[in-house]
Design a protein around this ligand. Structure first.
Ligand code: ATP
Ligand code: MG
Length: 329
């Protein structure tokens, strides 16, 4: 069974990405043939400026290195650069983009949000975002597609296109199943909004000890607790959300919660213990990172994965052409 998922190469990955998606990918690699897309062509829809495009190769390497450091095993899974197969997926896209209507795409909720975000009228290519994504998935004949909630509707579009193609021309594509990742987002260090690169409230997978400590020290706690001897609230408290997720010493967490509720511990101690816990949590991440840090190693890994993807996408392209009958003239 094949699995395809991935991201646009927009920069470093943070703890939100880890708990929201990457952690699951690490698990999936033992059960599926995983291919991870670095969706650099999808950048053109909303981030098409030269500035964004020129950072792509560095961002692609940093995304791959972050994923490896999270535990994705480059001997098990593959990474590919979408632009490295653009001739093939472009051809499949061209053959299949009449299998979905403009009205249907206009009803995809995430697209309106994306168009709003860029303050533009809907570009033609942005309307086709889910169609290009469908071709990524179908090109690999993926069976399983893990997605965040924004992308669930894109997999629905993919399924519709695949079914329509199979009915109209012949069975080529498995109908892919979406697997939805966790519903709740990790809150950022501001304690207000979800952790997001563009909001500047992230702890990055690659942050060093000092960066982590400085960020943890900035986290808000219970605002009503102006002195450490006032009993505090643990529920919904950012530092305790993080303790629950990243502190492996559960006993320490329980003790801290008890003391916090009783007004017997200061914020500084709670935070000190939290930054130590996160540093400790990320230690194995660093070890794996060290092994793959070289630009040459990463480039080779991406090139090998892209070469593999090319072969698989080309086979699909030939299947599509054959079943449609384009080779028969
Ligand atoms: P940007 O600021 O550029 O939007 P981002 O940091 O919000 O970047 P995205 O690229 O929008 O990250 O997110 C990619 C995927 O990572 C999401 O679909 C979601 O599944 C997961 N993800 C991102 N942020 C979080 C978070 N804070 N908690 C849980 N999952 C997250
Ligand atoms: Mg986002």
């Amino acid at each position: 069974m094949r699995l395809l998922t991935g991201d646009r190469p927009t920069g470093k990955l943070h703890l939100g990405h880890y708990v929201g998606t990457i952690k699951n990918r690490v698990k999936y690699q033992y059960d599926y043939d995983c291919l991870f897309i670095i969706a650099d062509l999808h950048m053109l829809t909303t981030k098409r400026s030269t500035q964004n495009i020129k950072d792509i190769s560095g961002n692609a390497r940093s995304a791959v290195l972050d994923m490896i450091s999270c535990g994705i095993d480059p001997y098990k899974s593959r990474f590919y650069l979408q632009s490295g197969v653009m001739d093939i997926i472009g051809s499949i896209y061209f053959l299949m983009n009449n299998l979905i209507t403009v009205n249907r795409l206009n009803r995809v909720p995430s697209l309106k949000d994306m168009a709003n975000d860029i303050n533009e009228e809907m570009p033609y290519g942005l309307l086709g975002y889910p169609v290009l994504q469908a071709i990524d998935i179908l090109g690999y004949k993926a069976n399983i597609v893990p997605v965040g909630k924004d992308n669930l509707s894109h997999v629905e579009v993919t399924r519709e296109i695949a079914k329509r193609f199979n009915n109209e021309y012949g069975e080529v594509f498995p109908i892919p199943e979406p697997v939805k990742s966790i519903d709740s987002s990790l809150v950022g260090i501001d304690g207000k909004r979800k952790m997001s690169k563009s909001l500047g409230n992230s702890i990055y997978i690659s942050d060093n000890d000092e960066e982590i400590t400085a960020k943890v020290m900035k986290m808000p706690t219970d605002p009503n607790r102006i002195r450490p001897d006032i009993p505090g609230k643990v529920e919904g408290n950012t530092v305790f959300i993080y303790h629950d997720l990243f502190n492996k010493n559960k006993q320490e967490v329980e003790e801290l919660k008890e003391r916090y509720r009783a007004g017997k511990v200061g914020d500084v101690e709670v935070k000190k213990r939290l930054s130590n816990a996160i540093i400790n949590y990320l230690e194995p991440f660093r070890e794996r990172r060290r092994e793959y840090e070289s630009v040459d190693k990463l480039n080779k890994l991406i090139a090998d994965g892209t070469f593999y993807a090319r072969e698989e996408f080309y086979k699909t392209y030939i299947d599509v052409v054959n079943v449609m009958g384009y080779n028969k003239v």
